[in-house]
Ligand binder design. Structure first.
Ligand SMILES: [Cu+2]
Length: 119
């Protein structure tokens, strides 16, 4: 019985992944490398598939839900994307991604991060 439930769960997960597209962030440098204060920087993302940057949109979300378009360029490895962040004051921010995978599926994601004064 438990085996059947597990199969159903696996099928449900597979179906929902199909519905939500295939470009998923598998790595982002925000977790390892904090964004510096008042200094332009770059964020590195890796996706599990090739992405169509010409069709994709990336925004910086600042306090008050202010969205600013930021530039994204392909990295050295397949599925790698580099984002250019402007100099940022300390605070809470997010990166909003609307990414088209090579197969045409659109994925949206929101990556939250903080810019903190070094201690
Ligand atoms: Cu897909």
């Amino acid at each position: 019985m438990r085996f059947v439930i597990r199969i159903l769960l696996a099928l449900t997960l597979a179906a929902s992944q199909g519905a939500f597209g295939h470009a998923v962030v598998t790595h982002n440098s925000l977790k390892l490398k904090p964004v510096p204060v008042n200094q332009a920087s770059q964020v590195e993302l890796s996706f599990n598939s090739k992405v169509e940057l010409d069709l994709s949109e990336v925004f910086l979300v600042s306090a008050g839900d202010v969205m600013t378009s930021i530039s994204a360029s392909p990295g050295a490895k397949p599925g790698q994307v580099l984002l250019d962040l402007p100099a940022l004051a300390p605070g809470e921010y997010a990166i909003k991604l609307k990414i088209f995978a090579a197969d045409g599926h659109l994925s949206e994601d929101l990556l939250r991060f903080f810019v903190k004064e070094p201690k």
